[in-house]
Design a protein around this ligand. Structure first.
Ligand code: ADP
Ligand code: MG
Length: 250
């Protein structure tokens, strides 16, 4: 579902991703951990083509992101074609970014109607079902300001799912939440994983990584230092840098 091959990205003279090679199979959950500034968010943004990579290749669902391949030649895609590729990917951020003037329902069905030209009736029906799925069936008409952070984040997940993505990216989805609200968001993500969604999750929730992750990646300073099953990486890290990091967060 995701394949990164020697992905490089720099901002100005700062090299933020120094050759990332990773693969996520369909239906798998990959968790990514690492210190602040190590390039985790940038990597997610590259997968989603919110950032353009400088070198290397990235495939999502078999599509080479940003390019069309003809023989051994690559052609850059137009914005419209890139948007179509990006529609297969849902993303959830640390900050929920809901539209404040729209209800939970409206936040969820806005993109299906505007972007996918879905009929209003059908879009509403699907939005209602998605809000049920994230446990907010009774808050459909609430505005973001009337919802807790955990509820807003669950609306954000429903909104991403409304576009029927093949892949979901989560960038520290619980880091901005009060501790007592973290569990309800993780529970929705666990259910999503059980339903077979392919997910890449940047998180410092080691319990979640251990329970739900098929693989765990430790990034530091723009490289993948270590990758393995969560059990192996957490219990028996091979690299000193991983050990140092884990000793700080566990
Ligand atoms: P992480 O998510 O692991 O904390 P980031 O991917 O956000 O790390 O950032 C990695 C590095 O890239 C940081 O040094 C950050 O300052 C830098 N960076 C991220 N985005 C930009 C940008 N748009 N312009 C310049 N530098 C950036
Ligand atoms: Mg980040």
């Amino acid at each position: 579902m995701v394949k990164a091959e020697a992905v490089h990205k720099h901002f100005g003279r700062v090299e933020v991703l120094k050759g990332i090679d990773l693969e996520v199979a369909s239906g798998e959950v990959m968790c990514v951990i690492g210190p602040s500034g190590s390039g985790k968010s940038t990597f997610l943004r590259c997968i989603n083509h919110l950032e353009k990579i400088d070198a290397g290749r990235l495939w999502v669902n078999g599509h080479l992101m940003g390019y069309r391949q003809k023989g051994d030649k690559l052609y850059e895609l137009r914005d419209k074609e890139v948007s179509a590729q990006r529609r297969e990917i849902g993303m959830v951020f640390q900050r929920f970014n809901l539209f404040p003037h729209m209800t939970a329902m409206e936040n969820v069905y806005e993109a299906p109607i505007r972007v996918r030209r879905e009929g209003r009736g059908k879009a509403r029906e699907r939005a209602a079902a998605l809000l049920e799925r994230v446990g907010l069936g009774d808050r459909k008409d609430s505005y973001p300001s009337q919802l807790s952070g955990g509820q807003q984040q669950r609306v954000a997940i429903a909104r991403a799912l409304a576009m029927e993505p093949k892949l979901m990216l989560f960038d520290e989805p619980t880091s901005a939440l009060d501790p007592e609200l973290v569990g309800e968001v993780l529970e929705v993500m666990k259910q999503l994983a059980r339903d077979g969604m392919t997910m890449v999750v940047v998180t410092h929730e080691m319990g979640f990584a251990r329970e739900v992750g098929d693989s765990l990646v430790f990034m530091d300073d723009g490289v993948v230092v270590e990758e393995g099953t969560p059990r192996d990486v957490l219990a028996d890290p091979r690299h000193q840098r991983t050990r140092d990091f884990l000793s700080k967060v566990l």
